[in-house]
Design a protein around this ligand. Structure first.
Ligand SMILES: [Ca+2]
Length: 505
């Protein structure tokens, strides 16, 4: 009885404290975003990559091993992350157009700011506001060091962080220095904060910070078992029309040097993550700050003969995802979750962590339940879209636990529409297309049905005026190619954004 009374009193005091402190009791959020980092290019997946701070973050948090970018290219993925919407619903990608103001107003930083959070953004934002340009983005944040287009590795060339160039001439650590000042100011506001940093690394051009190159210079690196053009002969002809197959030959001809520079860039981000965590500790903020780390798309690194991202194959579409919530019991930390997660899950997850309602009808799901139960799942299937680049290589794919189905719809230039089915549990490197194997007929039928449902959903939910009208027909499995209206065919590698600016190579 006494115990019950004490428990009751303790509960009452806790509730009163929460009410008294209000928003200040909500967690702070740090969202860290790399550019073009594939899931296997991190220390806990591949010991050839030195990422001690990210490895520690994963040991103290939950790492997600099946995290996909639902559009695997910078501009679209960044808007997927901000809004929790699939590309055809926000409409932002090279050749499809910029982001409308109404979508940015429904993004996680804008919602959190309205809910009382102090917000900051630094780095490559990757898009502009439709009809208003890049300059219209800054007023959405309390603190802003965002850069237009690709931004620069040289700190001095980025106006938002140029003040830190003397100490950190390379941008990755300079963003950590900017973060340190942001955290100090955020603490003074007395509000909870949401800090988003979008590193340029490890995006091309591969120019790492010289202090990070030493562990890699002159080394030979293990090629994955699917590395090289010969290991892509079984894949669709359509996939080889992508710029991923026609460019980026450095990953085929000069793998070791490419990997050395790419990994060094990731090690530079890792150092910045360590510095940001030090700043959180120094300011006394670490215990109430959730850190989320991920990337906007994967990177092929020569897998199947591809460079680049964009494609629905594992290397190009998957990225690391780590969520570290220091408020959760330690026994749950260090766990891996194999649940199917997507870049559209970031916004609903951050909003759920903050206890703020997400807009209705998001495509993403909150992953908070997986922090308590990493063995759980939040969905049974996830679509992957490519609405950009060579028409032949544009595609819709469906990932389900252990499986991936891709339909290559294009039937021009002597190509035949092609189905691919991969048993990812036994074939994680996608070396055997088992679509024609009768033993998998039930799985194939299920994934085809999910594909058709997803295609129907595009027709019902796409934004107007961003050139997604054609996809329900273009991607159809049942309409013969000869009955589809001929789609324009931009040359591979020549994708131009509306307004004439070059896309990101
Ligand atoms: Ca990218």
């Amino acid at each position: 009885m006494l115990l019950h009374l004490l428990t009751f009193l303790a509960g009452t005091v806790a509730a009163a404290t929460a009410a008294a402190t209000g928003p200040a009791s909500r967690p702070n959020i740090v969202f860290l975003f790399s550019d073009d980092q594939t899931a296997r290019a991190i220390g806990y997946e591949n010991p050839e990559v030195a990422t001690p701070h990210l490895d520690r973050l994963a040991r103290e948090g939950v790492r997600f091993t099946n995290h996909y970018n639902t559009t695997a290219i910078c501009m679209a993925s960044r808007c997927n992350v901000l809004t929790g919407l699939y590309e055809h619903r926000h409409g932002c990608n090279f050749s499809h157009g910029d982001l409308a103001r109404r979508h940015l107003e429904q993004s996680y930083p804008a919602i959190l700011r309205r809910a009382g959070y102090h917000t900051g953004f630094a780095g490559k934002i990757g898009f502009e506001l439709k009809g208003e340009g890049f300059e219209a983005l800054a007023p959405f944040f309390d603190a802003w060091a965002g850069g237009p287009d690709q931004t620069f590795y040289e700190t001095a060339k980025n106006p938002g962080i140029a003040n830190y160039a003397d100490r950190h001439p390379h941008s990755s650590r300079a963003y950590a220095a900017w973060a340190a000042d942001f955290l100090r100011n955020a603490k003074r506001t007395g509000k909870p904060f949401c800090l988003s940093i979008s590193f340029k690394a490890p995006h091309l051009p591969f120019t790492p910070d010289p202090q990070d190159t030493k562990p890699y210079s002159g080394r030979k690196f293990t090629r994955p078992p699917n590395h090289g053009v010969e290991k892509g002969r079984h894949l669709s002809a359509q996939s080889r029309a992508s710029r991923a197959a026609t460019g980026y030959r450095e990953w085929i001809n000069n793998y070791d040097e490419s990997a050395a520079a790419y990994y060094a860039l990731i090690t530079g981000i890792d150092a910045a993550v360590g510095l940001i965590r030090e700043s959180l500790e120094r300011e006394g903020l670490a215990a109430n700050t959730v850190i989320v780390y991920t990337s906007d798309n994967g990177y092929s690194m020569g897998a199947h003969g591809f460079g680049d991202k964009v494609l629905p194959y594992e290397e190009a579409s998957k990225s690391p995802l780590i969520i570290h919530d220091p408020r959760r019991p330690g026994e749950r930390s260090g766990k891996a979750s194999a649940a199917l997660t997507g870049n559209v899950d970031v916004a609903p997850t951050l909003l759920a962590l903050a206890g703020v309602a997400a807009p209705a009808g998001l495509d993403g799901r909150s992953l908070v339940s997986l922090l308590d139960d990493p063995a759980g799942r939040v969905r049974d299937a996830l679509p992957l879209f490519n609405y950009w680049g060579a028409t032949a290589a544009q595609t819709l794919a469906i990932v389900a636990p252990g499986w991936k189905y891709i339909f290559w719809a294009y039937g021009g230039e002597g190509m035949r529409p092609t189905e691919e089915l991969f048993d990812l549990s036994s074939d994680p490197y996608e070396m055997r297309n088992v679509a024609a194997d009768p033993r998998h007929a039930l799985v194939l039928a299920d994934l085809r049905a999910r594909y058709d449902a997803e295609l129907a959903a595009i027709a019902g939910s796409r934004v107007e005026g961003h050139d997604y009208e054609k996809y329900p027909v273009l991607f159809s499995r049942t309409i013969p190619w000869t009955e589809k209206p001929a789609a324009p065919q931009p040359a591979a590698g020549k994708g131009k954004r509306k307004g004439g600016k070059a896309d990101d190579r």
